[in-house]
Design a protein around this ligand. Structure first.
Ligand code: HH2
Length: 274
């Protein structure tokens, strides 16, 4: 948070730290651990309450990355942030239990699993035993193929039913309901129309009673609407996050933490005074 700013307790910014060579917007920028740590500290200074650290791109068409390689990328960053006294919550963006386990031992306390505990049979038990927070995200198919003609009859109804079922699965596996965050997975097996309808009707997902995470940052549907390249989509990112806040989202996974944070602080203050 910037000096002099009014604290806005109602939302949390999740800054994206991609320790990957191939992420869609910042691939290769933070593959060096020192560069990733410095970037994460900048995001923390800009107001990120959570830092989401990932060693595997899940962009459309991406190939899976093995546990060993993910660990080589993310562990030095988590350890470095902890020893530097970073106060933000550390989140590990992985679907692999071995990676999550090592990240949790090194100081992460949130598991962001884009498969909602479906990819690795060990993941749910690990999250339950560690008492970590857990983000369950909707995805249709797998990153390699998910954008090949995704189809829904009622995208919001289907995403909601999926998240409800995954939450029930997580609770049955011993995960405390209060630790669960839910995410509609913008861009994960969705057309532009699907993404926009999910944003428009986000209140229906917020009605599930758990904090909704939203991840629109710099994504391709914003480029399709504005004609802007990936590094020039901050205005589109802000528009979608402000709308998502108004519809009940409370955790915002973004690259541009300072800009989105300012927009949300003003939105939250304005809504609070009505
Ligand atoms: N989006 C991406 C990755 N992880 N996790 C959640 N919970 N929600 C999201 O919307 C989400 C996510 C993709 O974005 P990014 O990390 O910027 O790119 P890449 O997957 O290419 O590394």
């Amino acid at each position: 948070m910037r000096p002099g700013a009014t604290p806005a307790a109602e939302f949390r910014l999740m800054g994206i730290v991609n320790v990957t060579p191939d992420s869609f917007s910042d691939g290769g920028l933070y593959l060096d651990p020192d560069a990733a740590i410095a970037h994460a500290r900048d995001l923390e200074r800009d107001g990120a309450a959570i830092l989401d650290i990932g060693g595997e791109s899940t962009r459309p068409g991406a190939d899976p990355v093995g546990a060993e390689c993910q660990l080589e990328r993310v562990l030095p960053v988590i350890e470095g942030l902890r020893s530097a006294g970073c106060a933000a919550q550390l989140s590990i963006d992985t679907s692999t239990a071995r990676v999550a386990q090592a990240a949790l031992s090194a100081g992460a306390t949130l598991v962001n699993d884009v498969t909602a505990l479906r990819a690795d049979p060990e993941m749910a038990g690990l999250v339950a035993d560690s008492r970590a927070d857990c983000c369950l995200m909707h995805m249709l198919g797998a990153p390699r193929t998910m954008q090949r003609d995704p189809h829904y009859v009622d995208v919001v109804g289907e995403v909601k039913a999926f998240l409800e079922a995954r939450m029930a699965f997580a609770i049955a596996a011993g995960i405390d309901e209060r630790k669960i965050l839910l995410d509609p997975g913008i861009g994960f097996g969705k057309t532009i129309e699907h993404n926009l309808e999910l944003l428009r009707r986000l209140d229906e997902l917020a009605a599930l009673g758990r904090p909704v995470v939203i991840g629109t940052s710099r994504k391709s549907f914003l480029g399709r609407i504005t004609g802007r390249e990936v590094d020039d989509r901050v205005a589109g990112t802000i528009a979608t996050n402000v709308l998502a806040y108004e519809r009940g989202a409370r955790v915002f996974r973004v690259h541009d933490v300072a800009a989105v944070g300012d927009a949300l602080a003003v939105t939250a203050a304005t809504i609070a005074t009505f």
